[in-house]
Design a binder for this molecule. Structure first.
Ligand code: GLA
Length: 369
């Protein structure tokens, strides 16, 4: 019997390493959070789209697939563009949506750089697949969710977040080559090593939409063109970046080239099963590169990283697009409280509100509940 109603779930993510590499056709290494987005959905036959969100109780959206197809988006709150964009994208690809009720509920913090938006898009997309378009593959879901964000929200993101939501598995980091789509699940058992991955949500909202993300993307494309390659992924020697006369493009290229190398190095170490403490300095080097070369860090992120390292974290870095959001720190399990306290103190000292924090184990990807 066809599915007519149900509940679906997709996770947020932290990216262990591989930042701003995805739109350069490089490598990423995310893991799924146990926090995410639930979508309760039911089919309806009358062309109506009813959208509700527990986190935005005042936004009661009642529209139609026909209105969405003919540009009836004006006045709709920003967050609705993700789920409605997913509906439009199914239809644009020839999968008719006869009508649907969607109710959303998030456990992943919103605007914290933990991919609440990809969790939202993917939860809705797998619901629509099960209800109306069973032939759609995971790869298409990733593409639909990414296109919803690119076209209907207007941020030219890569494929990291949607891939993490769809492809991550419990107990693993996902090593993804964004050029070929080749995905490998690498075991990541911090518990067995007496370690924890602490996430510190600085509460400083990240704004991918204010144009800086798009500017970084354009700078990378310009650097690749001037260096005579299709994408920065094609370069492995960071010294090649020195050929760029423009100091900004030189720094951007250097970040991407060294970041891809860091992903490969960490993937190699985790595959070999060596003590994960060894990846700490590589994580920290990734932060320095994002701060100094890619220039997407922010003061609260730098404070959190420095305080965590001073309190004996093995490594720490911002995660996600940057300009705010969250930091991850690799710490001995019995040092979690000490690191958390040290970061809180540093924040209070500098006049910031203390971050929210939690520890994560790599969790399961998107699925029906
Ligand atoms: C955001 C984007 C991703 C990726 C990261 C940076 O999360 O959505 O595609 O570019 O920033 O690594």
């Amino acid at each position: 019997m066809a599915t007519t109603a149900g509940r679906w779930w997709a996770p947020g993510r932290v990216n262990l390493i591989g930042e701003h590499t995805d739109y350069n056709e490089g490598y990423v290494l995310p893991l799924a959070l146990p926090l995410g987005m639930t979508c309760t959905a039911s089919a309806r036959p009358d062309g109506m789209v009813r959208l509700r969100s527990r986190q935005a109780p005042l936004d009661e959206i009642d529209t139609t697939t026909a209105a969405l197809a003919t540009g009836g988006w004006s006045g709709l709150p920003g967050w609705t563009h993700y789920p409605l964009g997913v509906i439009r994208e199914f239809e644009r690809r020839g999968h008719e949506i006869p009508g649907v009720d969607l109710a959303l509920d998030a456990t992943v913090p919103i605007g914290a750089g933990l991919s609440s938006s990809a969790a939202l898009s993917c939860a809705v997309a797998i619901a629509l697949r099960d209800l109306f378009a069973r032939s759609v593959t995971d790869a298409e879901i990733i593409d639909i969710a990414r296109t919803a964000e690119n076209v209907y929200v207007g941020v030219p993101t890569g494929i990291l977040d949607q891939s993490a939501a769809m492809l991550c598995t419990a107990g693993h980091v996902l090593f993804l080559d964004t050029r070929t789509g080749a995905a490998e699940q690498i075991p990541f058992d911090l518990d067995a090593a007496g370690l924890s991955l602490l996430v510190l949500d600085t509460g400083s909202p990240h704004h991918l939409r204010d144009g800086e993300y798009a500017r970084r993307r354009a700078e990378c494309a310009a650097a690749a063109a001037r260096l005579g390659v299709a994408f920065l992924r094609d370069l492995t020697d960071a010294a090649v970046a020195d050929r760029l006369a423009d100091p900004v493009l030189r720094r951007r290229a250097r970040h991407v080239i060294t970041e891809n190398a860091r992903v490969l190095q960490i993937a190699e170490q985790l595959r070999a099963g060596v003590d994960p403490r060894g990846i700490g300095p590589i994580l920290t080097a990734g932060h320095a590169s994002l701060r100094d070369d890619f220039e997407v860090s922010a003061t609260p992120l730098d404070i959190a990283v420095e305080a965590a390292l001073a309190a004996d974290a093995y490594g720490a870095r911002m995660t996600g697009g940057g300009f705010g959001g969250s930091v991850i720190a690799l710490v001995d399990r019995d040092r979690v409280d000490a690191v958390r306290e040290a970061v809180r103190e540093a924040f209070v000292d500098k006049g910031f509100d203390a971050p929210r924090d939690f520890t994560v184990t790599p969790s399961v990807g998107a699925h029906r509940l």
